[in-house]
Design a protein around this ligand. Structure first.
Ligand code: SAM
Ligand code: ZN
Length: 329
């Protein structure tokens, strides 16, 4: 965590200022420490260089994919999907006197931040570089369009929401050389993977990675020129809740841009197998109960309801649509 981030982040609950209490610093970054809310006094932690600003009780992990993976080992696939959709399986909570991450999760984070992770996953560092280069090239048209529609290339300060393994973020880092880039994801370990890869690949940019819930984002009002979320519709539960947060943290005239799929052919391989097993109609019906995979018209309506204007959309390929709109007060 770079100290200058304190000008931008606040308590996700009361939006109070945060005071830094450093424990360990290396190469100009705060690696471990605490961030204390000056208003409600809640204490947030910094672990492995990442500020963890999920609201009290909310665990910084990608609960949907973790709990679904767990459920698939316990019950048949249809039952697993249904139990998640009906709220019979919920995200794990943390109590106030408990650390937000277990020792095991911290260790998983350190592993994902290391060269070993890239070697295990892609065969070698060179293999990892080639994988990301290929994927970024495949998505070039898509990413360029998001950049254009969200005016990201004309922005000074932008936010990438639901960073995941950071395909979009890497593209932004490589193409927007002088933009100040922030990134949030609810998964601490995903952000650690991004942090490690960027360091190993030599992407020498000050990118602020924050573990946070997009629906309770830890940022001051009116500070981003653009907020973008690529491929978040299948993971961010209650996806439309993100739009009012984006509106709040955008400056007047700032742009929000996101995408959605019409079919499910472009989802990742593991999910495709699951969809084939449970049936597409069943899968969509249940995921939609969690506010996932919304339709384009639902997104447009929700954005309108938040106050966005100049809402437009464009089909990028047979499956995906980009949607964008401007905050106008
Ligand atoms: C599939 S990734 C999106 C792809 C990513 N934007 C990229 O460029 O590679 C979706 C991410 O959303 C994150 N996520 C899920 N719920 C979230 C929430 N409430 N707030 C922030 N991130 C969330 C997940 O942890 C996951 O990493
Ligand atoms: Zn507070």
């Amino acid at each position: 965590m770079i100290k200058s981030i304190l000008n931008y982040i606040v308590c996700p609950v009361c939006l109070g200022d945060l005071e830094l209490d450093e424990e360990r610093r290396a190469n100009g970054e705060v690696i471990k420490g605490r961030l204390v809310c000056q208003k409600c006094e809640h204490i947030y932690t910094i672990q492995g260089g990442i500020p963890i600003l999920t609201p009290p009780g909310v665990k910084p992990y990608d609960w949907l994919s973790k709990e679904l993976t767990w459920a698939l080992k316990q019950v048949n696939p249809r039952k697993a999907v249904q139990m998640i959709a009906e709220g019979k399986i919920k995200p794990k909570k943390v109590s106030c006197d408990e650390p937000v991450l277990t020792q095991e999760e911290l260790e998983e984070g350190e592993y994902k931040d290391s060269e070993n992770f890239l070697r295990d996953r892609f065969g070698s560092i060179k293999g990892a570089r080639e994988h990301f280069r290929r994927r970024l090239n495949e998505n070039r048209k898509f990413f360029d369009m998001i950049i254009r529609m969200g005016m990201l290339d004309k922005s000074d300060v932008i936010l990438d929401v639901g960073t995941g393994y950071g395909y979009m973020l890497q593209y932004l880092a490589e193409h927007l050389k002088s933009t100040r880039i922030f990134s949030i994801d609810i998964s601490y370990t995903n952000l650690k993977a991004v942090r490690g890869r960027f360091r190993i690949f030599g992407i020498e940019r000050d990118i602020h990675l924050v573990a946070a819930d997009a629906l309770h984002s830890p940022f001051r009002n009116d500070q981003f020129d653009a907020v973008e979320s690529w491929a978040g519709y299948g993971n961010i539960v209650g996806f439309s809740g993100l739009f009012s947060e984006a509106y709040r943290i955008l400056r007047n005239q700032g742009w929000f841009v996101t995408d959605v799929v019409e079919g499910l052919e472009s989802v990742d391989r593991d999910l495709r197998i699951l969809i084939k097993t449970v049936g597409e109609e069943f899968f969509i019906r249940n995921f939609r109960r969690l506010g996932l995979i919304p339709r384009k018209d639902e997104i447009v309506e929700a954005m309108k309801g938040c106050g966005f204007r100049k809402i437009s959309s464009k089909k990028v390929n047979s499956a995906s649509i980009i949607i964008w709109g401007q905050k106008t007060v």
